[in-house]
Design a binder for this molecule. Structure first.
Ligand code: SF4
Length: 252
């Protein structure tokens, strides 16, 4: 059995232990959805719809390595995609500056996956907690407002770890839950995903999960399962920005 070195031993799983190496020798060429379109006018939800239609026709259950930022964002994504994929949820977020917060978010994800029912198996793995990696990456970008260059690098840092592990584990696809947030840049997330897919030889699953009322559904599911919903993105800079906005009467 091969477990990628960067992953600490599997921490929690909904459907039993998961062998990330069991698909060795089954690697496929990465597939790029939406060929011929330019980044700015692409409809990533429609691309995902088309891809799912093909999966249904083929009557297969592909495997998906899904980077997760937190339980609320993952709730809708899991409800939606577990209908078609066997999913391994990967909690990897060096951007969360405070250990207590990190542990809380990871715990909520574990609890939620244990309580939800899925059509296909959902497994959960937790990567290492390494905030120093985030701070190295964010150096010089501390004052950039949320949604700017620091965030783009932050998406990439987390997605790159997911792409690497998805490739090592011979998953059919990888993607991230990040595009469900109205504050996240879906075209940028997809652009990064496609680039990483090319580098690591694994297909990126296009996403804009806020579409089709995905964000709204994530709030409903958060209420249904009593999930902890944080009021800032994750890093200390986003926390300060959020506090500043709250004090000035604005909300994010
Ligand atoms: S605001 Fe969020 S996405 Fe941006 S750098 Fe901080 S944690 Fe990362």
């Amino acid at each position: 059995m091969m477990i990628p070195k960067v992953i600490h031993p599997i921490v929690f799983t909904h459907m039993g232990m998961y062998d990330l190496g069991r698909r060795q020798n089954m690697r496929k060429k990465p597939v790029r959805a939406g060929k011929g379109n330019t980044l700015n006018n692409r409809n990533y939800q429609r691309e995902l719809d088309n891809l799912i239609e093909n999966i249904k026709k083929e009557e297969k259950t592909p495997t998906l390595f899904l980077h997760s930022c937190c339980a609320p964002c993952s709730s809708y994504v899991l409800e939606y995609l577990s209908e078609y994929f066997e999913i391994t949820v990967f909690f990897y977020n060096p951007n969360i500056s405070f250990r207590e917060e990190y542990v809380k978010r990871a715990g909520e994800l574990r609890r939620m996956t244990e309580e939800m029912n899925f059509r296909h198996p959902v497994h959960v793995v937790e990567g290492p907690y390494e905030p120093e990696k985030f701070f190295r990456m964010a150096k010089g970008l501390e004052d950039v407002p949320e949604g700017g260059e620091r965030c783009f690098r932050c998406y990439r840092m987390r997605m790159e770890e997911a792409a690497k592990l998805a490739s090592e584990g011979n998953f059919d696809y990888f993607t991230t839950t990040l595009s469900i947030s109205p504050l996240k840049n879906a075209p940028k997330i997809n652009e990064i995903g496609e680039e990483l897919g090319e580098i690591y030889g694994v297909s990126h699953l296009p996403s804009d999960f806020k579409k089709k009322n995905g964000y709204k559904r994530s709030i409903e599911l958060s209420c249904e399962y009593g999930l902890y919903r944080q009021n800032y993105c994750g890093c200390v800079f986003s926390k300060k920005e959020q506090e500043k906005q709250r004090n000035s009467g604005k909300t994010l």
